[in-house]
Design a protein around this ligand. Structure first.
Ligand SMILES: C[S@@+](CC[C@H](N)C(=O)[O-])C[C@H]1O[C@@H](n2cnc3c(N)ncnc32)[C@H](O)[C@@H]1O
Length: 267
């Protein structure tokens, strides 16, 4: 089997794990948006004492330093579906507190019920496809009185890229993200403590830079598409032309993210 046909047999989750593992060493160089979101989410960490924390979809482990400093006596579980991300995170965080790295799927966590005091997850759960299952898992592992801090993406994210691709063909090139109502409906076993939606706009000099940065993040996996190229020069030329209509007065090509910040608690 060739590499390409092997890649086309992978499930969406296997593609995510492979793509993020491959991008572990390039991720931090292009993750300005992810840092901005994480910093906002971390500024809302509850001022309570914690025994067991979970950083769900830890990636390169950016949040681990702040989690360990804020809760010095807590144990931190850094979970990710991408083994390569965990290996990288462990190499970066050699002097932090008590961190255990665990390769697992957020929708099927190998953790005991009522075992976690705080679940922190920044820009990771948008990769899950079964939100009722995800929130059931989070509810199961959280102890009564525990809290969940989430940042995830809404459907207006990447709308310029989706729109430009629609000029090229009818295929899906950009993932769909769930609306807030659907997310909160799936999380209805929890109490909603607080929610905020924010549009964050990034700017790129050209489309190549924009696409390269998505790839370097590991975020160019699209459900239903094999992990291969964009499909030839002609299509890329059409995409470039279609994207041009979004070019801003400052000369940059915009890419927007709709970010949901969600704070849940369990009775
Ligand atoms: C955009 S990165 C965010 C990483 C980190 N939280 C940050 O703020 O930089 C998304 C991470 O979620 C992980 N991920 C995606 N789907 C997952 C799942 N079902 N279970 C656990 N981790 C998952 C990816 O492997 C990736 O490391």
């Amino acid at each position: 089997m060739t590499n390409l046909s092997l890649l086309s047999t992978l499930s969406f989750k296997q593609q995510i794990a492979l793509s993020f593992s491959r991008s572990a060493s390039s991720y931090d160089q292009v993750a300005q948006f992810q840092r901005q979101v994480a910093d906002q989410l971390l500024s809302h960490l509850p001022a309570a004492s914690m025994n067991q924390l979970l950083d769900l979809g830890t990636g390169t482990g950016y949040a681990l330093t702040t989690l360990c400093q804020t809760y010095p006596s807590a144990k931190v579980l850094a979970v990710d579906i991408a083994e390569g991300m965990l290996t990288y995170a462990a190499q970066q965080n050699t002097e932090q507190g008590s961190i255990t790295y665990l390769c697992a799927d957020a929708e099927a966590l190998p953790l005991a019920e009522h075992s976690v005091d705080l679940i922190y997850s920044s820009l990771s759960i948008q990769w899950c496809r079964d939100y009722p299952r995800l929130f059931k898992e989070l509810h199961r592992i959280l102890r009564p009185g525990g809290q969940v801090l989430l940042a995830t993406l809404g459907p207006r994210s990447l709308y310029q890229l989706r729109d430009a691709w629609s000029v090229v063909d009818d295929e899906q090139h950009v993932n769909q993200f769930s609306a807030l109502e659907n997310l909160l409906f799936s999380a209805s076993d929890f109490q909603l403590a607080c929610q905020k939606t924010q549009m964050i706009n990034l700017g790129y000099t050209d489309l190549d830079q924009l696409l390269k940065s998505l790839k370097a993040l590991g975020a160019s996996v699209v459900e239903g598409r094999a992990l291969n190229g964009l499909g030839g020069r002609q299509r890329l030329r059409l995409l470039r032309e279609a994207y041009e209509r979004f070019r801003q007065a400052d000369g940059l090509l915009p890419l927007s993210y709709e970010v949901y910040f969600i704070h849940l608690s369990k009775e």
